[in-house]
Each structure stands twice: as structure tokens, then as C-alpha cells.
Design a protein around this ligand. Structure first.
Ligand SMILES: NC(=O)c1ccc[n+]([C@@H]2O[C@H](COP(=O)([O-])OP(=O)(O)OC[C@H]3O[C@@H](n4cnc5c(N)ncnc54)[C@H](OP(=O)(O)O)[C@@H]3O)[C@@H](O)[C@H]2O)c1
Length: 343
């Protein structure tokens, strides 16, 4: 592999160029606000309806974002004939039922991460979408951004050489009253934060041949942190740590025989990364720090796929979502974490 003189350009098109679809949103929480805001300011996508468990919340959200219709139930939202595609932004343990509701109603669906609680549920959603010929994807949004498309090209070109090590860390301290502290909402760091480094380790190295995981309980009773060692027959290793007990760097390192790619703190958000060759030669990637405005890229990709009649996106195929959930299932088995829905 000849060392490149510069990093490749992103191939991700401008989100404004995607055909406009009519979106309905399930849930009116933290990420729903950011998603709708990014769509409205940075794409031609139209949010035409919002659904909440309570009509009041739906109306407040609809007024704030000037959305035409507010529904007081998720059932009414998915039945809305004006909606082409549903974005599911409810807690993890509601993803399977709410995405299923949308698919059963004949709507395409983008589901927040983690796609479901476990691999069985993820496969059920994939099968349902396929049987109905509807689009379905997990909103693992970094993979849709220009930064990760540049990284994708660096990996595909073999710039790093033989990859031996992936290190992923994602720790954020949370208040005692945050939903992440609630077992009944599938709390703890694993599904919420760990999803990113685990998905990305799988993206780089594939499914591990061996997993060793250890966890620590949080004062709230949910798992507080998990460390996982992923082993591969090739000798490669993935090392992932995720925590809600403390804020650690949100860091991703992909290291090979030729060079090391480092995404410094905030790897899941738009921002810089570097590729450092073993002899000290270095390439740097920079881009505007637009934070959650980056959500526009995944919405635009979903609109393009649906308009083209595609049922999945190559940025996050459902088989990769299922594989990530299978890995998380194994980690949970080792740390003794069982969700209420699985009992
Ligand atoms: N992509 C990202 O960067 C990102 C960032 C944060 C979160 N997320 C994901 O998005 C999902 C939602 O997270 P969030 O932080 O937005 O949560 P949140 O602020 O608590 O919002 C969740 C919403 O889900 C609805 N809901 C339905 N059933 C619920 C229940 N039993 N308890 C509580 N709320 C319920 C509520 O809306 P109504 O009251 O209107 O029904 C609530 O506002 C999670 O799966 C998380 O992993 C993704």
C-alpha cells in the first residue's frame, strides 16, 4: 500500500439533495428534538406528524417545531396516511414494539440505537420488514456521516495495514433520575453508549471468536460499567469499555501494522481524526463541529434508499445490527444482565 498524500474526500452527498419524504416521529424526548431540528434546518425532509403517549406532549412538541399534526397515541401516528416513514425515538425496550407497530401499519422505519433489546428481537424486526417489503434501519448515525465515509475508505484501501487492535471507550456520568439508571427501561451503559464502540469494533473486525466481559453495578442497581475483551482467531483484539459511573474519553483507536487511526474525544460526533504512520508521517481530518446536526445525514440517506426502492442501507445493514445485538447478548450473559422482557 502506497501511503496517500492526502485523505480521500467524503462521498456522502449534501443532505439537502435527498428527495423529501414525509416523516412521523414516535416519542417527544431528547433525541427526537435534535433529530427534528436537524431535519428541518438541514434537509428537505418534512416532519408532518408526531405521536406521543399523551396528546398534550404531542401538541407541545408539534407547536415548538411547527409540525402539522399531533397524535395522542403511537397507534394513531402510524395510521396517519400522510406519513411515509416513521422515526422511533422511544427507550430501548420499546424499539421492538414501536418499530413493529410502524411496519405492521405499512410504514418504513428508522429505529434509534440500539435497534432492539437483543438479537432475537432484532432478527424479528428484520424479518418483518423483509416480509412487508418495507425499509428498516437502525439509527447508528455516525456511520452515515462524511467523517466515517472517509474512515471507510481508509480502511478499504488498507492504509492501516494488518489491523491488530481496536480500542473503544464511551463513558458518561449520569444523574440518578436519568432513564439510563432505570432497569425497567433497559438502563446501564451497554445498550446506550456501549452500542457505539461495540458496533464500530464489529464494523472493523467483524464478529469476535471469543468474548470476555466484566461488569460493575451502579448505585441505582443497573449495570454501571462494563469492560469487554473481544478476541479474534487472527490474533486481533477489540477492547471496549463503557460506563455511566464516570465520564471517560469517547475515544476510538484502530491500529494496524502500517498506521494508527485515532478519533479523539467525541468519536461518535462530527469532528477530527488522525492517521499516524509508524514512522511518524501523519494525515489529519477536520470538519465543522456540528454535533447533532450530523443527524441530517442519516435522514437523507434513508430518504434516498426508500425513494430508490431499497429496503436497507449499506451504511448500517440489518445483519450488522443483529450481529451487534448478538455480541451484546453474550456480554450480558457474562455479567448476568437480563431484561424484564426476557424473563
Ligand atoms: N442517536 C443518538 O445520538 C442518541 C442520543 C440519545 C438517545 N438515543 C436513543 O434514543 C432513544 C431515546 O432516548 P432519549 O434520550 O431521547 O430518551 P427520552 O428523552 O427519555 O425520550 C424518550 C421518549 O420516549 C417516549 N416513551 C415511550 N415509552 C416510554 C416509557 N415507558 N418511559 C419513558 N419514555 C417513554 C416518551 O415520549 P412521549 O412521552 O412523547 O410518548 C419519551 O419522551 C434511546 O433508545 C437512546 O438510545 C440516541
Amino acid at each position: 500500500m502506497t501511503w496517500p498524500t492526502a485523505l480521500p474526500a467524503s462521498r456522502v452527498p449534501d443532505p439537502r439533495d435527498a428527495p423529501g419524504l414525509r416523516w412521523g416521529v414516535i416519542g417527544t424526548g431528547w433525541i427526537a428534538e435534535r433529530f427534528v431540528s436537524a431535519l428541518q434546518r438541514l434537509t428537505t425532509q418534512e416532519v408532518v406528524a408526531v405521536g406521543s403517549r399523551t396528546l398534550g406532549s404531542a401538541q407541545t412538541f408539534a407547536e415548538r417545531f411547527e409540525i402539522a399534526r399531533a397524535h395522542g397515541s403511537y397507534e394513531d401516528l402510524v395510521a396517519d396516511p400522510e406519513v411515509d416513514v416513521v422515526y422511533v425515538a422511544t427507550p430501548h425496550n420499546r424499539h421492538r414494539p414501536h418499530a413493529g407497530l410502524a411496519l405492521e401499519a405499512g410504514k418504513h422505519v428508522l429505529v434509534e440505537k440500539p435497534i432492539t433489546l437483543n438479537a432475537t428481537e432484532a432478527q424479528e424486526l428484520a424479518d418483518l420488514a423483509s416480509a412487508r417489503s418495507l425499509f428498516c434501519a437502525e439509527a447508528l448515525w455516525p456511520l452515515f456521516t462524511p467523517k466515517f465515509d472517509v474512515i471507510r475508505q481508509v480502511l478499504d484501501a488498507g492504509v492501516l495495514g494488518e489491523i491488530s487492535t481496536v480500542i473503544g471507550s464511551y463513558g458518561t456520568w449520569f444523574d440518578a433520575d436519568h432513564r439510563i439508571q432505570r432497569h425497567d427501561l433497559a438502563g446501564g451503559p451497554l445498550l446506550d453508549l456501549g452500542t457505539y464502540p461495540l458496533s464500530l469494533t464489529g464494523w472493523v473486525l467483524g464478529a469476535p471468536d471469543e468474548v470476555v466481559a466484566r461488569g460493575t453495578e451502579a448505585p441505582s442497581g443497573v449495570n454501571g460499567q462494563v469492560s469487554a475483551l473481544l478476541g479474534y482467531a487472527s490474533g486481533a483484539r477489540g477492547i471496549v469499555h463503557t460506563s455511566i459511573l464516570a465520564s471517560t474519553p469517547v475515544l476510538l483507536v484502530i491500529a494496524g501494522s502500517e498506521a494508527t487511526l485515532t478519533i479523539p474525544d467525541g468519536f461518535s460526533l462530527p469532528g477530527p481524526f488522525s492517521v499516524l504512520r509508524t514512522d511518524g508521517e501523519r494525515l489529519d481530518y477536520t470538519e465543522p463541529l456540528i454535533e447533532y446536526d450530523g443527524l441530517a445525514y442519516q435522514a437523507a440517506d434513508v430518504a434516498r434508499r426508500i425513494t430508490a426502492g431499497e429496503l436497507e442501507t449499506p451504511y448500517r445493514p440489518l445483519r450488522e445490527s443483529v450481529a451487534t445485538m448478538a455480541l451484546i447478548d453474550e456480554i450480558r450473559r457474562q455479567i448476568g444482565q437480563v431484561w424484564d422482557e426476557e424473563r
